[in-house]
Ligand binder design. Structure first.
Ligand code: UDX
Length: 460
């Protein structure tokens, strides 16, 4: 807290998807915020008031935060930590080759903070970490003789709807031994919640029809909070893999998995969300959290075979869909066929391609199945990094029309509105062939057929 601003001063360590979003929101809620980032490219972007990735509504908030001076980006712990009352750690936890999480950034951030922290600092861990990590961070603080209260404060925002999720959140989980530290963190979220409409105005967003009741504030032990985060994501991944398993059965038995999931999802005990069958889950969270949970289990002698099965099912989906599509081609081969491949991001609304099943599909098609692939994505292919993950023969199309023109088949692998709203007649006119593969089950099969196309969905 300083003399002019009665609110606590916050440092957000790490400017990835979670860090940038959090820093922008806290600054627009009136907090003095330091964004600590060691990557020069990301640091320069924040200083210029923009994010290094695409996320709706984020840039206006960042711009305002930087312009007002409430968000200061720096790569120096010394410039931020001594003035901070609260630190949110949002550093990356990439996965090791064996599926466990690489926690070196977590421990490095904690060690550096311990050197510069003032007494009574509250340190909230937002990064997804395996259960037991907080205990080790507390040891670092203890060994450095730093008076820091540690809490686990898992993040639940989704990419593509990050601002909506962060302003109209349904729950906040804070786990730790110090009730005052827990309260300090809950106060921040309550303050954000009080100001959410004002912040949304700056971002020029409307919450739409999302119905969210009052947020729940859940205080737990440190270890429970850590386990809540990974278990929540693992359970959602489980739901998706379950839907995909039933989709295969629906294909074999002649049922429609969308009708099946609508039917079972109407049971309030089950719920309809995350039961959409398709090319499977990707992104920076689900694949890593599933493998992280499996490896936590192994460390404690617990066999999470159920998650192994979910992961195996997920890995199999891209190949399964391409095999199904191949059966519709005359001669049952992709070799030399032009395929318009729409959607590279791991989900709509983001430029993020981390562990994207769409990339796996493109590369299988181009490399193994020798198709002539023309890929298009509204956001994901602007970056060198994303383009570099595509097999060398893949052509990056500048727009949808050039991808589709004279193609033998179109595959929709990310459910961007641009693809869903594109007139079906125009798909039919531009294509040379008639096959439309809906790897997200995002189109109406009857409407596609009425446009003269052959619809190939997943489990329908
Ligand atoms: C997820 C969690 O939802 C969020 O709470 C957590 O903080 C981070 O991880 P995110 O990875 O951004 O968020 O995206 P999400 O919307 O959960 O989708 C994850 C993946 O699952 C995407 O690839 C999506 O296409 C896929 N998915 C989702 C399905 O295949 N079927 C579904 O029914 C839902």
């Amino acid at each position: 807290m300083n003399k002019t601003n009665p609110l606590p001063t916050i440092t957000v360590i790490g400017s990835g998807y979670v860090g940038v979003t959090s820093a922008a929101i806290f600054a627009n809620a009136g907090y003095q915020v330091y964004a600590l980032e060691i990557n020069p490219k990301r640091l320069a972007a924040i200083k210029a008031g923009r994010s290094f990735f695409y996320e709706d509504y984020l840039n206006p908030l960042l711009e305002e935060a930087v312009k007002s001076g409430r968000l200061i980006a720096t790569d120096s712990y010394k410039e931020a930590i001594p003035y901070s009352d609260i630190v949110f750690s949002c550093v990356g936890t990439p996965d090791n080759p064996d599926g466990s999480s690489n926690l070196s950034y977590i421990y490095a951030a904690a060690s550096e903070t311990a050197i510069h922290a003032k007494s009574g600092l509250v340190y909230a861990q937002k990064s997804t970490v395996p259960v037991g990590t907080g205990a080790k961070v507390e040891e670092i603080f203890h060994d450095a003789d730093a008076k820091i209260s540690y809490v686990s404060n898992p993040e639940f925002l989704r990419e593509g709807t990050a601002l909506l999720d962060s302003l109209w959140f349904d729950r906040v989980v804070v786990g730790g031994a110090d009730p005052l530290a827990t309260k300090a963190i809950i106060d921040v979220y309550q303050h954000v919640s009080d100001l959410r409409s004002t912040i949304a105005q700056v971002a020029d967003m409307t919450p739409g029809n999302t119905v969210v009741s009052d947020p729940e504030y859940i205080a737990t032990s440190r270890n429970s909070a850590e386990l809540i985060k990974v278990s929540a994501n693992a359970f959602l991944a489980l739901k998706i893999s379950f839907a995909n398993s039933i989709a295969k059965l629906a294909d074999a038995a002649g049922a429609d998995v969308v009708e099946v999931m609508d039917g079972i999802g109407a049971d309030a005990r089950i719920g309809r969300s995350f039961l959409n069958a398709g090319r499977g889950y990707g992104g920076g969270c689900f694949p890593k959290d599933v493998s992280g949970l499996i490896s936590s289990g192994l460390q404690h002698g617990i066999d999470l075979g159920i998650m192994q099965a979910a992961s195996a099912e997920n890995h199999a989906m891209p190949g399964y869909i391409l095999e199904k599509a191949m059966n519709h081609i005359e001669g049952e081969s992709f070799a030399g066929k032009k395929v318009a491949f729409l959607g590279i991001a791991f989900k709509a609304g983001t430029s993020d391609v981390r562990k994207s099943p769409a990339i796996k599909m493109v590369n299988l098609l181009s490399e193994k199945m020798e198709a002539n692939v023309h890929a298009y994505d509204p956001q994901a292919l602007t970056e060198e990094d994303a383009r570099g993950q595509l097999h060398g023969d893949v052509v990056v199309a500048p727009d949808m029309n050039s991808a589709l023109r004279d193609a033998d088949m179109v595959i929709i692998a990310t459910d961007w509105n641009e693809f869903k709203e594109f007139p079906l007649e125009t798909y039919a006119t531009l294509l040379n062939g008639t096959i439309l593969v809906d790897a997200m089950n995002c189109l109406d099969p009857t409407a596609v057929r009425d446009a003269g196309l052959t619809y190939v969905g997943v489990g329908r």
